[in-house]
Design a binder for this molecule. Structure first.
Ligand code: SAM
Length: 283
């Protein structure tokens, strides 16, 4: 069977390099190159753009990104078994694919790429949320990336785009929607992956806003949101009392009734509370 890039089909790559999936590394591979090209297209026009990919595995999404015209791809992969397969892709796209064998949590992408960067990844489930939160909470904004196109378990994707009052609303919705435009772009059944995971998946597309929707210090907002949703269903005056002795006054200053619950408070309210808390801590 021939492929668009002349490389072997992914099933053959996996067999040739003996890449049996390791559960501990979250390895659920995408083998359909039409699907990986479709995911790459969710990221928009890749011409003239550097792309950071986390966890390329045997390279299905990497091939999609390169075929769709990415100027350069930096692919960070923890599993050294995948390196030979990835080197074969690099040979077909000279100068356009750099592979780093390491942990995505420890690699500095800016040592390799020039911003603005698009990040596109079928993320390993065990580090996906941690990476997302890290990309959303730098001290300065705008960040080094212009968009994120990321595969998550369906439940996590729904938490990212959730609105106040819904069950999925919480820390991820607030951090994502504060500084980015977030939408679910594609939904995939377990059978889209080899081996199929237990749950469905979805690709989330986030575009970095030029400025956050409401002013707040990221570290203070994170503290407020972690405390507010750490004890769901409790009134805010009790879930937040550890943050400041005068929390009821601060809630009122932010326009929030102290008897409200976190699930009901819109993003604007959390940002107002973070500003009130920061001001109280400064004085
Ligand atoms: N991108 C490939 C695809 O779509 O078929 C593989 C996706 S698979 C869900 C996740 C990949 O991330 C695996 O190749 C795994 O080895 C890699 N991985 C797991 N933990 C990692 C980490 N901390 N840093 C970098 N890569 C990691």
């Amino acid at each position: 069977m021939s492929t668009i890039d002349g490389l072997p089909p992914l099933r053959e790559v996996i067999a040739a390099h003996e890449l049996s999936a390791k559960k501990a590394l979250g390895q659920n591979f995408l083998l359909d190159l039409n699907l990986t090209a479709k995911i790459a297209r969710v990221a928009g026009d890749l011409g003239g753009t550097d792309v950071l990919e986390i966890g390329p595995g045997p390279g299905g999404l990497t091939r999609g990104l390169l075929a769709e015209g990415a100027r350069r791809v930096l692919a960070v992969e923890k599993d050294a078994r995948c390196l030979a397969a990835l080197a074969e892709i690099a040979a077909v796209y000279p100068g356009r694919l750099e592979v780093v064998n390491g942990d995505a949590l420890a690699v500095d992408p800016l040592a390799h790429l020039a911003p603005p960067v698009k990040i596109v990844a079928n993320l390993p489930y065990n580090v996906g949320t941690e990476l997302l939160v890290r990309w959303l909470t730098p001290a300065d904004w705008p960040p080094f990336w212009s968009s994120l196109t990321l595969m998550f378990q369906k439940e996590v994707a729904e938490r990212i785009v959730a609105l106040p009052g819904s069950k999925a609303y919480g820390r991820l919705a607030i951090l994502a929607q504060w500084r980015a435009e977030a939408r679910i772009a594609l939904r995939l059944p377990p059978e889209a992956f080899t081996p199929p995971p237990k749950v469905s998946s979805a690709v989330v597309h986030l575009t970095a806003l030029p400025r956050p929707r409401f002013e707040a210090d990221p570290a203070v907002l994170e503290r407020v949101v972690a405390a507010a949703f750490g004890q769901r269903r409790k009134m805010l005056r009790s879930s937040l009392k550890g943050l400041a002795p005068e929390i009821e006054d601060l809630l009122r200053m932010a326009g929030i009734a102290p008897t409200e619950r976190a699930e009901q408070i819109p993003l604007e309210g959390f940002c107002a509370l973070a500003r009130a808390l920061a001001a109280a801590e400064r004085s």
